[in-house]
Design a protein around this ligand. Structure first.
Ligand code: FDA
Length: 310
């Protein structure tokens, strides 16, 4: 994490809201479900699948958590009505994990049951390490209760991840594998770039060995290339895995993967709490602020050079 990243984060609260909004526009579909659906329709038209996330983390009251669970009802209705190729992602803290485990479980079950009515699927995002045990517990509980249309996320930053893969293997979970966005202490997490990559590849191999469907969530060229090799070595067909990327990030890499015949899903967050979401993401991991700043300047320079905004 560079000094520049830290400086960018420290000055963020002083950045006027409209400017933050302008910058986050590429990464967040908008405030309304209709915004998300427009984005998903466009992505589907380019051969990409989507996963829609209703923004809203760390709710403080049970009724807020229930309201978010109920908002997914509208999401599934609209996905069905518009024939969109999209599943959904949920954050357990938005569904009440920090308030009460049972409340959260009920809320996730509402979403999962609604998804099942449409033959759809729910991905439980992974949050910081204070949530890992409860997230995996809830995932197991719901699988034990017979819910099959549910997947989880593992983070290669965490030292425990390959053990978690082994522990979950009998369930053959559908796993999104990512590096992990949260800064974690050295006793829990690898700190070096290379170690996180190595653990990613080890976890990917372990997941495929266990016969799991994997969502390879990364924009890292090195890992994209390694994943392509690993799935080929495992003899996977194109329906045995998918690549996943965040909205607005490295679209050229995503286009190339689709062009080469890989399945690719884009994470599409929307909601009124876009400002809190953007600020928290940036403050949690200043590296992201660095990426966005360099990407934004890169675009400005490219407009300046040839007069177009590609
Ligand atoms: P890396 O950080 O090395 O990025 C590679 C390159 O991609 C960078 O050099 C930069 O060019 C570009 N880039 C990456 N992120 C960018 C950004 N935000 N803006 C602009 N450019 C960016 N994490 C988590 O803890 N729990 C979760 O549930 C999820 N869910 C999730 C879903 C999906 C679909 C994706 C793609 C990612 C997540 N993540 C996540 C985030 C993930 O853990 C990780 O923080 C980011 O993907 C960045 O890591 P990369 O593997 O892309 O590598």
């Amino acid at each position: 994490m560079t000094l520049l990243d830290r400086m960018i984060v420290r000055t963020l609260p002083a950045v006027p809201r409209p400017v933050v909004r302008r910058i986050s526009e590429r990464y967040i579909a908008g405030t309304e479900l209709s915004d998300a659906c427009r984005v998903v329709e466009r992505l589907n038209g380019r051969g990409k699948m989507a996963t829609i996330d209703v923004l809203g983390e760390e709710v403080t009251r049970p009724d807020e958590a229930r309201a978010i669970a109920c908002e997914y009802e509208d999401v599934f209705q609209t996905i069905d009505r518009q024939h969109l190729d999209s599943n959904v992602s949920v954050k357990l803290t938005a569904l009440g994990l920090k308030l009460d485990y049972e409340l959260c479980r009920e809320n996730v079950e509402i979403v999962v049951n609604r998804a099942a009515e449409s033959g759809n699927f729910v991905r439980v995002d992974m949050e910081d390490s204070s949530c890992t045990d409860d997230t995996l517990r809830l995932y197991r509980d719901l699988r034990d209760a017979g819910h099959e249309n549910l997947g989880v996320v593992l983070q290669s930053r965490l030292r425990r991840t390959v053990d978690d893969v082994r522990g979950l293997a009998p369930l053959q979970p559908n796993v999104r594998l990512c590096k992990g966005i949260y800064i974690e202490p050295p006793e829990l997490a690898f700190q070096g770039h290379e170690e996180i990559r190595d653990n990613y590849v080890a976890a990917l191999r372990a997941l495929l060995d266990a016969g799991c469907y994997v969502g390879v969530a990364t924009h890292d060229d090195f890992l994209v290339d390694r994943a392509r090799q690993v799935v080929a070595d495992h003899g996977c067909g194109s329906s045995d895995y998918e690549f996943q990327m965040l909205l607005g990030v490295r679209e050229n890499v995503a286009d190339r993967l689709v062009g080469d015949g890989h399945r690719l899903r884009v994470y599409v967050p929307y909601g009124r709490r876009w400002y809190e979401y953007s600020m928290r993401r940036l403050q949690e991991n200043p590296k992201i602020a660095g990426y966005i700043a360099s990407d934004t300047f890169g675009r400005i320079l490219s407009v300046g050079r040839d007069g177009s905004n590609r």
